[in-house]
Design a protein around this ligand. Structure first.
Ligand code: TMP
Length: 217
């Protein structure tokens, strides 16, 4: 039985999820909630090790199936060691990416198929679903451009593996996120991530208040 609120942020490259995650966590703490901000792939020591296998190296490094299984291994560890214990304590968990990313990136982008990803995910996530999923949507070209600027800004010496995948990959992935939002309007809200940072945060808080207002202090 879980008690804490579970919120996930989803979207393509350069959508600004990480910035919005910290703004959201701060706003929820200001309301008096205990908040844990975490991410996928990662969020536990083992899952952070697996993350490096995924975000570094050649684009063709993994088959879609082996990549999905790595992501699910990381998710299993993250759930068992970080997310579920926090939710059980009543902590609100705000996670940068979760299951929808696997459906969109591996199911859509890498063309393994959304149904196959859902089937493989079954034993790992079970009935566990976020209370709210914020899908930060931005046009592919604009998002990739932002991601590139961010890498240069941070003087990182490599562009992440997923940012090097072709435009068609990113278009399929974006469409997949939009399909998920259409299929699950109760859980998902699409946020226009092309707007100014403050406006995006405002839209996120409006969605949180609308969908979760009754559970907030
Ligand atoms: P980040 O850039 O949002 O930190 O995420 C790292 C990369 O991992 C991102 O480019 C998308 C990718 N990813 C997947 O392909 N499938 C998944 O299930 C998850 C969680 C992330």
């Amino acid at each position: 039985m879980t008690h804490g609120i579970f919120i996930t942020l989803e979207g393509g490259e350069g959508a600004g999820k990480t910035t919005q995650q910290s703004l959201l966590a701060k706003a929820l703490r200001a309301k008096g909630l205990e908040v844990l901000a975490t991410r996928e792939p990662g969020g536990s020591p083992g899952a952070e090790d697996i993350r490096r296998l995924l975000v570094e190296g050649e684009v063709e490094r993994w088959t879609p199936m082996s990549e999905t299984l790595l992501l699910l291994a990381a998710r299993n560890d993250h759930l068992a060691r970080t997310i579920l214990p926090a939710l059980e304590k009543g902590t609100c968990v705000v996670c940068d990416r979760f299951s929808d990313s696997t459906i969109a990136y591996q199911g859509g982008g890498m063309e393994l198929g959304a149904d196959m990803v859902r089937e493989l995910s079954g034993p790992v996530v079970g009935e566990m679903a976020p209370d709210l999923t914020l899908i930060l949507d931005i046009e592919v070209e604009a998002g990739l451009q932002r991601a590139e600027t961010r890498v240069n800004g941070e003087a990182e010496n490599h562009i992440q593996r997923y940012e090097r995948m072709d435009k068609e990959f990113h278009e399929r992935m974006r469409q997949c996120f939009l399909d998920i939002a259409a299929q699950e309007p109760g859980r998902c809200v699409i946020i226009d991530a092309a707007q100014e940072m403050d406006k995006v945060h405002g839209d996120i808080m409006a969605a949180v208040n609308e969908k979760l207002g009754a559970r907030l202090p």
